[in-house]
Each structure stands twice: as structure tokens, then as C-alpha cells.
Design a protein around this ligand. Structure first.
Ligand code: NAD
Ligand code: GLY
Length: 374
């Protein structure tokens, strides 16, 4: 089978506009970076898993363009999305005398991408950066749109900034080394685009899930491109999440509670979003916004992807209270009132509050062994 051709998706944000390039054999090709502004220094930020696989090849490609290319390797994983890791980036920048034109390159999944973006937003009050996402989740979501952050022990992604990259280079070949569990986790952020924005895409995913799980190159190229197009459409209208952009967080209010409640890194972000989408769909059902047929259809797709559909019990005494406590810390909450992304009919979403007793019913159902999908 022929390798997919180069595809590009534009993010239209006035003077902060940029392109996402999507294909195999891109990240180690100097031409991928040729249009970037000239600078003396570049810093590759990666981690202990992705760095040994790809950092040297990226360093070689960047050497065509930058006189000095340094690499900093962070500890791997969500549990290290912290001030300590962020400081390692600043340490590397300062120790190497990097000036304010230095370009940062985020080589890794969403954790490296979010931290590198935040470091770029704040080093010398802002230096340029490029996303080179290597996980499916990062290629379809986190590398696009300029949300950057680290976690706080009391809440996920609580400290950060909106800061757009200069370019996103999605090399589909890097997905070949992604562990199976991470590929599946990335599919959660792919699936979410269907119910919130594109029912044709949802139907395509239902028909092509087996090809995706087998990493069929044209199937992967299609999901990365279509996901980036939908995200570009949303971000282009609402860069700083004053309204519409919140729909991209479908399943995330419940999902973030699962991630924090289970301890960061125990449930992967995508796994938590998988179960979170089932919970958000059940809440939408109770609010009279979708029917049971649609909730089942979505749950079956999530399960087919290999994602959890049953939510974990976070507390043996009052589980629902623990979920509610964690969800009140969500960034969408206002004066302690939790706001959920709910489906407003198939293919549309909106943000709204829901009575606590209704949310408790959803939590009880979705954490229960008797949650029936089929
Ligand atoms: P991750 O960055 O932890 O990557 C997952 C695992 O796969 C890690 O162990 C990583 O080292 C490894 N990995 C990545 N690419 C690899 C490759 N090609 N080969 C082998 N191993 C590879 O997690 P993630 O799922 O990529 O991202 C999750 C993070 O993204 C969360 O912190 C989440 O909050 C954030 N996120 C941000 C946004 C945003 O808009 N900024 C959107 C969604 C998620
Ligand atoms: N992943 C949610 C957002 O970018 O807004």
C-alpha cells in the first residue's frame, strides 16, 4: 500500500496562525523546519522513552538550521508534569546561554508538549516553539491549539498559559513505536470529535476501528487530519475558551476527576476520557438531550476501541461525593458550580450545569458493575 501523501491543516488565528503537517518521514527531514525563523539556538525537549528513540535524528535535522542544538530529557509520564520537570527545561536553557530567539522543540506526547509550550510561554517572557507530537493523542489534540500547562497536586493542568506553536509536525511513522495501551488512549480524543461535531466521522470510526487498531497508515492519516480539522475549526473561533472551545472537553470533567482520584498516571488521560464520555453521555440522556440509542451507540464504539466504559470507584464510603469534590476543581466550574459538556443532540455539544442528585445517579450507574453497554 502507498504511504499517505503530505497533508496540511491550517490553524487560522491572525498573527498566530500556523500549519499542521501530517505524513510519515517528516520529523527528521530538515525541510520540515526550513520555513521557521532563523535563530542560533534550538532546544529539543523530550523524555526518557521518546528521547532515545528519536532525539538524535531530530537533532541532526535541526543542525541544518541552528548553530547549536541542545537536548533536555525529562522523566516520563503524567506524574512528572510538574514544576520540577518544568524547571529542568529552564535549567537547560539558562545553562546553555539560550537567548530569546531560541526555538524549543517538543518531541513526545502530550505531557512533553504541554510542558514545553508552557516553558516557551514563560522563558524570557516568551520564545517560539514547535510541536513534534509522537503519540496519537498529541497528534490529534494536544499539540494543536496552544493550551499549555503543568499539573498541581490539587488539580490537573491548573497552571499554564495559552501559547501557540509556530508549527506542528505530525510524523505518522513515530506511531509505530507507540505502546498499544497509548494508541488506544489516543483514540478517546479521536472519538470525542464525532459526538460533539461530526456524525459522519463517528460513522467512519465505527466502520474503521479495526484498521485503526491495526495502525493501517491511511486510516491513521485520516483520523489525524480529520481530528486536526475539527480542532482547527473550533480553536479558530474561540482560541481562549470563552465559549465554544469548551466542547473539546467532552468527557473531561468526569475524566479529570478519575485521573486525579486514581492518582496521575494510573489511569491514562485517554482512558479516563473514555469512561468520562460514557458518563457525560448518560448525563445528557438524563437531561433529555439525547436518547438511549445514541448513548449505547457511543458506548459500544468506546468499548470497541478498547477503552474503559465503566468508571472506577474513587472512594469506598461516598464515591459520588468524592467525584463531585474533584469536579468542583474543574476549570469550567464557576463559584463552585460544576459545568459539564453535554451532548445537545447527536453531533452537537454545549456546556451546562446539572443538579447534584442527577450527577450522583450518573456516577452510581457508571461506576456500578451492572452498567450495561449492549
Ligand atoms: P504522554 O505524553 O505521557 O505519552 C504517553 C506515553 O507514550 C509516554 O510514556 C510517552 O513517553 C510515550 N510515547 C509517546 N510517543 C511515543 C512513541 N512514538 N513511541 C513510544 N512511546 C511514546 O501522554 P499523551 O497521551 O500523549 O498526552 C496526555 C497529556 O496530554 C495529558 O497530560 C493531557 O492533559 C494532555 N492534553 C493536553 C491537551 C491540550 O490541548 N494541550 C489536550 C489533550 C490532552
Ligand atoms: N483538548 C481541549 C482543548 O484543546 O481545548
Amino acid at each position: 500500500m502507498n504511504a499517505p501523501d503530505l497533508q496540511t491543516v491550517a490553524i487560522d488565528l491572525a498573527d498566530r496562525s500556523y500549519h499542521i503537517a501530517i505524513r510519515g518521514s517528516l520529523f527528521d527531514n530538515p525541510l520540515s523546519y526550513a520555513e521557521l525563523p532563523k535563530a542560533h539556538f534550538a532546544l529539543i525537549v523530550s523524555n526518557t522513552v521518546v528521547g532515545p528513540l528519536y532525539a538524535q535524528r531530530l537533532q541532526k535535522a535541526l543542525s541544518a538550521q541552528y548553530a547549536q542544538v541542545f537536548t533536555v530529557i525529562l522523566p516520563d509520564g503524567e506524574a512528572h508534569k510538574t514544576w520540577e520537570s518544568l524547571n529542568l527545561i529552564f535549567d537547560a536553557l539558562l545553562a546553555n546561554g539560550c537567548d530569546r530567539k531560541t526555538v524549543l522543540f517538543a518531541l513526545g506526547g502530550g505531557v512533553v508538549g504541554d510542558m514545553t509550550g508552557f516553558a516557551a510561554a514563560s522563558y524570557m517572557r516568551g520564545v517560539p516553539f514547535v510541536q513534534v507530537p509522537t503519540s496519537l493523542l498529541a497528534q490529534v489534540d494536544s499539540s494543536v491549539g496552544g493550551k499549555t500547562a503543568i499539573n498541581h497536586p490539587l488539580g490537573k493542568n491548573m497552571i499554564g498559559a495559552f501559547y501557540q506553536p509556530l508549527k506542528v509536525v505530525c510524523d505518522l511513522n513515530t506511531l509505530k513505536t507507540l505502546p498499544e495501551r497509548e494508541l488506544v488512549a489516543g483514540l478517546a480524543e479521536v472519538i470525542k470529535y464525532g459526538p460533539i461535531a461530526d456524525m459522519d466521522f463517528l460513522a467512519w470510526l465505527e466502520a474503521n476501528m479495526t484498521a485503526l487498531l491495526a495502525r493501517e497508515p491511511t486510516a491513521l492519516a485520516h483520523v489525524v487530519k480529520r481530528s486536526c480539522e475539527i480542532k482547527a475549526w473550533v480553536v479558530g473561533q474561540d482560541e481562549r475558551e470563552s465559549g465554544l472551545r469548551a466542547i473539546l472537553n467532552f468527557g473531561h470533567t468526569f475524566g479529570h476527576a478519575i485521573e486525579a482520584g486514581m492518582g496521575y498516571g494510573n489511569w491514562l488521560h485517554g482512558e479516563a476520557v473514555g469512561a468520562g464520555m460514557v458518563m457525560a453521555a448518560h448525563l445528557s440522556l438524563r437531561l433529555g438531550l439525547v436518547d438511549m440509542f445514541f448513548v449505547k451507540r457511543l458506548s459500544i464504539l468506546i468499548e470497541k476501541a478498547g477503552l474503559p466504559v465503566k468508571a472506577p470507584v474513587l472512594c469506598s464510603t461516598d464515591n459520588a461525593a468524592r467525584y463531585l469534590e474533584l469536579m468542583r476543581l474543574d476549570k469550567k466550574s464557576e463559584a463552585g458550580e460544576i459545568k459539564f459538556v453535554v451532548l445537545d443532540g447527536p453531533g452537537r455539544a454545549k456546556v451546562q450545569a446539572a443538579p447534584d442528585h442527577m450527577v450522583r445517579q450518573v456516577i452510581d450507574l457508571c461506576c456500578s458493575k451492572s452498567l450495561l453497554i449492549q
